[in-house]
Design a protein around this ligand. Structure first.
Ligand code: ADP
Length: 590
């Protein structure tokens, strides 16, 4: 080092004397500096080496820590995925088709598969063709961006609920996440519930059938009781005592019939077998008919009884006449029943707030009375079946407590709702709306004249020329109906069963056949079909069903068999003669 320094000094300072003390001092200083520099370098090198070693170690530690963290996280996720009850699958679209990139979950095992069997495989390699096609089309739907759920029944009998969700990267679907859970037990429970419901419905149907049969059985003797009492009252001379007793028989029978009808209606509503039969109904005549029914009772109680209508009401509304009438009868009947003094008012207007067009709208009907009223606490029970607001009501006023429950349900079916405003001791207002098609008055039809313009003289139809056949197996009913007809001069023929009715109808043409539905040997449906099909050439008779079975299915079957109408038993004399008048008019017009 000394010689190197000396050589360098001599080269750059050729005039300087290397032996001079200055030179020597200078050399020493440089040498010292050099030694210091070397020491520094050694120190730095050492420090660098140590730091680098430490850094490498720290790095290594960090890496291994990170790796172990990643491994534990991955284990955690794997376990979580594997331990989950259901199954999670990731699916990607590859040139080979939809491929499962991941598949985990307990459900795999229950499906008889392992992750290895599914991952990297297409569904075609795992499931039978029909299943694979269905699953692939679901994958295609999700790949198109749709998130949806579906159910799937596996080949080994498991039922799954499957949710498919597309996962996007940069806005593009890159994967489908399919989550499945097993719902075999739920489905089983659902099936048992449905079975239980069907069972209950069947029981309900059986109950309704039973009620129909019972009502048939009860109505038939009642028919006789009512009819013969009526005949006795109107056709024989009785003393005052007998008239009172007979009137009492009539009133009790009518009350019994009303009760049977209520129970039958309610059980039909409950069984969901209460159908509406809309028909054009002349509004004012119906309102008058119902109010006329209660006018005598109201007069007897010295009540002011009024019907108020507005001029904008339609002439005709298409609605179930019978059911609207039933609600009116119940509400007006209650108003008269529970009012001892003051008034009962029936008000019918167009429903406010519901736009009425010439073809449709809603009627608002309110029945107000100044009767006993109903307290706030009694209201809750009001529309519940068999509930009268207090037990003394039955003692004082009678009734079944079914009327309002039935009316409420009918009004709901007619598209409205019953509201009640009432002040105890002051009176009540029951109001409701019903929807319907409106029909305005039509001009009277133009009478058609014969070709030569000469008016056709209608044939004169007398009771003797109207041929009527009664097909009824029950001797009392047969006798009763024939007595009613005979009281007006008709001479009906009688048949005990469908076969005899058919034979009679083939022997001679009838204008009207009153056909019982349930008869031995041949029932009314069969007899009707045969009469109509075998009686070619002559004008077929008008056949009307005559039965105590008033179910819609019976109506349907009767219509399908070719019957023109339906007369419910016990026979209502007025209804029977309305039918006869219709047939008479038809015969008159040819
Ligand atoms: P019911 O056949 O017993 O009259 P409803 O269902 O028609 O059966 O009526 C149930 C009860 O509601 C009645 O028993 C009576 O207590 C009460 N109610 C009904 N209408 C009125 C009314 N206009 N005024 C006072 N109470 C009434």
């Amino acid at each position: 080092m000394d010689s190197l320094l000396a050589r360098q000094l001599r080269k750059h300072l050729p005039s300087a004397d290397p032996a001079s003390p200055q030179w020597q001092g200078f050399l020493r200083a440089i040498e010292n500096a050099y030694i210091e520099l070397r020491q520094d370098r050694d120190f730095i090198e050492h420090t660098l080496e140590t730091t680098s070693k430490e850094l490498t170690e720290a790095n290594e530690k960090l890496r291994s820590e990170a790796e172990s963290k990643i491994a534990s996280l991955s284990r955690y996720y794997q376990q979580t995925l594997e331990l989950q009850q259901g199954m999670i699958q990731c699916v990607r679209l590859t040139p080979r088709g939809f491929e499962h990139t991941l598949c985990r979950g307990q459900l795999l095992q229950r499906l008889g598969l392992t992750a290895d069997q599914v991952e990297g495989r297409r569904i075609e390699e795992l499931a039978p063709p029909a299943h694979a096609a269905r699953i692939n089309s679901a994958y295609a739907r999700a790949w198109a961006g749709e998130e949806f759920s579906t159910t799937y029944a596996s080949t080994n009998g498991l039922e799954l609920f499957v949710l498919l969700r597309p996962r996007r990267e940069n806005g593009e679907v890159c994967e489908i996440i399919v989550s499945s859970v097993e719902i075999t037990a739920l489905k089983e429970a659902e099936r048992s519930l449905i079975a239980a419901k069907e069972h209950a419905e069947a029981a309900d149907r059986a109950k309704s059938e039973f009620l129909a049969v019972m009502s048939h059985e009860i109505r038939t003797p009642l028919n006789a009781v009512l009819g013969f009492s009526d005949l006795l009252l109107t056709t024989t001379s009785l003393n005052a005592q007998q008239i009172t007793w007979l009137s009492s028989i009539c009133t009790s029978s009518e009350a019994l019939l009303a009760l049977i009808n209520d129970i039958l209606d309610f059980s039909k509503i409950e069984a969901g077998r209460f159908d509406l039969h809309p028909e054009p109904v002349h509004l004012l005549p119906l309102l008058n008919e119902v109010t006329d029914m209660f006018a005598p009772k109201a007069a007897e109680k010295h009540l002011t009884f009024t019907l108020e209508t507005t001029p904008d009401l339609p002439d005709t509304i298409v609605i179930d006449r019978l059911r609207l009438r039933q609600v009116l009868v119940n509400l007006i009947g209650n108003a008269v029943k529970f009012t001892t003094q003051g008034s009962v008012m029936v008000k019918v207007t167009l429903a406010p707030g519901i736009p009425a067009s010439p073809t449709s709208g809603a009627l608002a009907i309110a029945i107000s009375d100044t009767g006993i009223g109903i307290t706030e606490s009694q209201r809750d029970r009001l529309f519940k079946p068999f509930s009268q607001v207090d037990s003394s009501t039955t003692r004082n006023y009678g009734g079944t407590g079914l009327g309002l429950a039935i009316s409420d349900r009918i009004v709901r079916m007619l598209g409205g709702q019953i509201n009640l405003e009432s002040i105890p001791e002051k009176g009540s207002t029951f109001s409701f709306t019903v929807n319907g098609e409106f029909i305005c008055a039509q001009p009277a039809p133009v009478r058609t004249l014969a070709a030569d313009n000469a008016p056709v003289e209608p044939p004169v139809i007398t009771p003797q020329t109207l041929r009527i056949l009664i097909a009824e197996d029950h001797p009392i009913n047969r006798e009763f109906i024939s007595l009613i007809l005979e009281s007006r001069g008709y001479q009906p023929d009688l048949a005990e069963n469908g076969r005899l009715a058919l034979e009679a109808a083939l022997r001679q043409p009838y204008d009207l056949v009153l056909m019982d539905l349930q008869m031995p040997v041949m029932d009314g449906f069969q007899a009707t079909r045969e009469i109509l099909s075998q009686q070619s050439g002559t004008r077929p008779p008008a056949i009307y069903a005559l039965t105590a079975n008033v179910y819609p299915e019976d109506r349907q079957r009767a219509t399908e068999a070719g019957m023109l109408g339906f007369l419910a038993k016990p026979v209502n004399t007025q209804e029977l003669f309305t039918v006869i008048d219709k047939i008479t008019k038809l015969k008159q017009t040819g």
